[in-house]
Design a protein around this ligand. Sequence first.
Ligand code: SAM
Ligand code: SF4
Length: 336
Amino acid sequence: MSQPHNAVSSPLKPLSDRYRRTVDYVRLAVTSQCNLRCMYCMREEHTVYNPEGEALSGDEIVSMLAVLARMGVSKVRYTGGEPLLRQDIVRLVRDAKALEGIETVSLTTNGLLLDRYLDDLVAAGIDAINFSLDTFDPERYREITRRNLFDKVHSNLLRLLECDALLVKINVLLLRKVNIDEITTFVELTRDRPVTVRFMELMPFDDHQIWRTGKFMGADKILETLHACYPDLQPMQGDATEYFSFSLPGYKGKVSVIPAFTRNFCSKCTRLRITSAGKAINCLYSREGTDLLDALRSGGQDSLEQLLRKSVEAKPRDGREAGGSALRTSMSEIGG
Ligand code: SAM
Ligand code: SF4
């Protein structure tokens, strides 16, 4: 029998797949809209082009998370599109944190609206923020994001770096002949602050196929450049996708390289993605998602549970089994 999400809730069987992986981490795209147009992610005309339809309401998101928490999900990340475009983002963090079983709630943002929300997000209990920024050069920022908003984003980054109430990571998408010359500027952010700077590989998820224009910079090249600049890098343990992690003697933070494309983490993948249109996506490379919207809107939590289970049971062993790449028009559909 179905029950409202705020009822006293009993645990459900964990969300396991055919390969004995148990999903404990949900990445939820709370909107597919964005206030930037990063060249590797979205077309300029994205709004017109948006295939996603309407975003889930706040109540729908919290109801869904309540069911997922009962199935053993303990980590939630809000992403998008740009999650801070949701005016109810603080409520989404607070309500997710209040769910029994949810241990961490974080978000990934381009930081443009962070000054508006940071204090309230901290008060709501947010555990971590990933701030995406690829350059400290205003003109380059304009070229990458197609918006002339560097000063705003920079002051918001400085403000976040001053905040010691949460874990801060900086996502840097490294592109050949675009921003590789800034690698040391980013590493130096870790000198005096306990932040993690994460250098990421480009992935083939944009329909302009920037991918095919020679900008891809593999993890091997990123590592080579890092070692050339910093011969005393010390390897250390990183989080699940932070396959290569380092610290520098005397530096407070950490540097990671995320080989998102060249190395797959599939055997250890315990993630489920949910799009802003309410589709469960069991793999970045899956062709189809499982539509949860009808079950959510008809209030049928039993069928929601079944659909989530069906999606996770069908989780492919790896990206190859899922069917291949270059299927998405934008990373913003699935939140990265
Ligand atoms: N708008 C937010 C932001 O930019 O942080 C959240 C959504 S964005 C899709 C999440 C992450 O995906 C960002 O760090 C972005 O750099 C990354 N991303 C977008 N397109 C990508 C691509 N084609 N390859 C690799 N990473 C990508
Ligand atoms: Fe927007 Fe993030 Fe995509 Fe850039 S990467 S266009 S900020 S969703």
